[in-house]
Design a binder for this molecule. Sequence first.
Ligand SMILES: NC(=O)C1=CN([C@@H]2O[C@H](COP(=O)(O)OP(=O)(O)OC[C@H]3O[C@@H](n4cnc5c(N)ncnc54)[C@H](OP(=O)(O)O)[C@@H]3O)[C@@H](O)[C@H]2O)C=CC1
Ligand SMILES: O=C(CO)[C@H](O)[C@H](O)COP(=O)(O)O
Length: 482
Amino acid sequence: MATGTQAMGGATDGMGADIGVYGLGTMGSALALNLADSGFTVAVSNREAEWIAPFLAEAGPLAERLTGAESLEAFVAAIARPRSILFMIPSGAPVDAMIAAIKPLLDEGDTLIDGGNADFHDTRRRSAELEGTGLHFVGMGVSGGEAGARNGPSMMVGGSDHSWEQFQPMAEAIAADFEGSPCVAHLGPDGAGHFVKTVHNGIEYADMQMIAEVYGLLRDAGGLGAVEIGNLFAEWQKGPLSSYLIEVSAAALLSVDTQTGTPMVDVIRDQAGQKGTGRWTLIEALKMGQSANTIEAAVGARGWSSEKAVREMAEPLLPEGVQDAPLPEPGDLEQALLAGRIIGHAQGFRILSAASEEFEWSLDMARISEIWRAGCIIRSALLDEFADAFRGELPGGHLILAPAVRKRLEESVPALRRVVAAGALLGVALPALSAALAWYDTMRRARGTANMIQAQRDFFGAHGFERQGEEGKFHGTWNPLP
Ligand SMILES: NC(=O)C1=CN([C@@H]2O[C@H](COP(=O)(O)OP(=O)(O)OC[C@H]3O[C@@H](n4cnc5c(N)ncnc54)[C@H](OP(=O)(O)O)[C@@H]3O)[C@@H](O)[C@H]2O)C=CC1
Ligand SMILES: O=C(CO)[C@H](O)[C@H](O)COP(=O)(O)O
């Protein structure tokens, strides 16, 4: 932390800034500029204080509304009371350390906002720790990457009503706008906002994976190049698949590496990074007895991708064993992706429903769909339909049973079947698309196969089972093993 005490810039002289932003990395800088652009005065600070002056210099005319502070004391002093302070720093220990450092400098009624991708358990703990101190803690998920943060992100807020009242005008001013509705909402107390952001990222993982699977099918079984696939994705962007992720994927496929003159994607090593939110989604889902197998497939596939050395060793050793099958038509691939996307979202919303019940958050699924319609990474044409579905007739509360969603599935699942079958025959792995189909086929069948699981459990472990149409626990009359 910087030791200097002087403030740079005079935007807040005498009155104090509307808000403080701590952490001038990718997201913090962009949010601070967005706030200033929206007419708010902003105090800014950063752990390595040498980044503050260049930030202010690059802010151009917006610097008039920005005050740089090299020390934490100067930063806090530059903000009007009751203070709103936004941290945009890595989650985990850095946030705890910052809270500990800033707490003695704050006054009753001040609000700390963690806008990073935090584990919602940490957010609940921090909220509980600050309760009774007069300070407020907000856990806010921010989506949209750097461009979203600068021009209008989607924000998922968890915290007290007091802190929301304080922050709401600023949040609504900087949020993405969908037909006049700001893409930000106060979703519940403590960890609600960060949990919703975590599941947002889980859905993001599944959607990205399914797009990558279709790319793989076209590349490895179809022999298509990046440009051809990019052009196809660009076409799909005009239809029901229209979304930021399809748009980004098309643009990425059509980008050229200046070093080699070849498509960018062809020079990138096939190993995916991950920072944890996809995995957190799964862990929480499993703890609540849920399974989001499209998200599991996506997290697992990133794990498999990191086993590059094993895959290189295996390729010449493990026979392909593939069978001839036609490459699915582009229309089938488009519809398969649509079905997969619907199912990935449906699984995400089921996790949100389970958490809402478990933590008594009363999450509003329609509102969540609405704030995901613009600004965030998973924004897509479908989210408006989902918002309508959640506001309309929804048997059992399940998205896939809403009339409009059922119709979409009826139209798209046959293509998903053909694509998954082709992938299996052609030897191209489609883990998330196959998972989506498996879940759909499981959920649409009233009598499943768990009777067989129960029979095995009772046979070897006397675990007991329930009989159809009868109350109580029973044991089977099992034949002895030969
Ligand atoms: N990038 C993205 O697309 C998105 C990121 N997020 C989340 O936003 C948060 C910030 O991410 P991003 O802006 O991308 O990250 P960057 O790496 O660009 O910036 C990190 C910032 O945090 C500061 N920082 C790092 N370690 C500490 C510490 N121990 N104590 C205090 N400050 C510290 C850095 O200061 P210094 O300059 O001194 O190193 C820098 O200002 C993360 O939680 C991330 O998960 C959320 C949505 C999207
Ligand atoms: O929150 C985000 C987008 O919504 C961030 O970009 C996040 O880093 C994405 O997760 P990962 O790095 O694990 O792919």
